[in-house]
Design a protein around this ligand. Sequence first.
Ligand code: SF4
Length: 210
Amino acid sequence: MDKKAILEQIEKNVKMCQKCRLYKTAKHGVPGEGNIESEIVFIGEAPGQMEDETGRPFVGRAGKLLEALLKEIGYTREDVWIGNIIKHRPPENRDPLPDEIAACEPYLAMQLKAMEPLMVITLGRFAMNYFYSDGRITRDRGRLIKIAGFNVYPVYHPAAALRNPQMALGLKEDFLKIPTVLKYIKEDLQKPDGSTDLLQENKDQIGLGL
Ligand code: SF4
């Protein structure tokens, strides 16, 4: 199967999935969407109310902020792929439970394996901890972490930035660095002059169902 067929199959499986309790209270599965050839993918936590209504990721206010930030660096949302770790909305946007994460994470692992993006931008603490369980968002955001074969770049969640002006500034600052970080990755992760904190090496695979 080619990449497109694999991703379409995953999408179908998500929409029919009953592997955890979340499908019972959600209206739609939200598998993720966008350019499957993109060098960059964005990964959030789980669908919210608008995403549940539409079956599409990041379509509410947080999504609008994400689109505005993408525009600042010369991208549209159609240029990149956007998804979540959890594919059905947890009731009242509660945190996903460990068994729900365990049930759902293979879908994202398969999606990433099929797309092989150069850069995985995690939105918020939860998505960062999926790749890097010891991560602290306030410490690690805006820094490149190489883990399990992925170049992971954590940033604040746009929803958090909407509530907190300091986080909004931090999110924008980290977004503006994305083109430089991507260039850095393309240059075979050669350490650029003067950079001391762009890259953290971590070989753990915690949280990755690969
Ligand atoms: S949240 Fe994930 S594991 Fe649970 S039913 Fe939905 S797709 Fe399946």
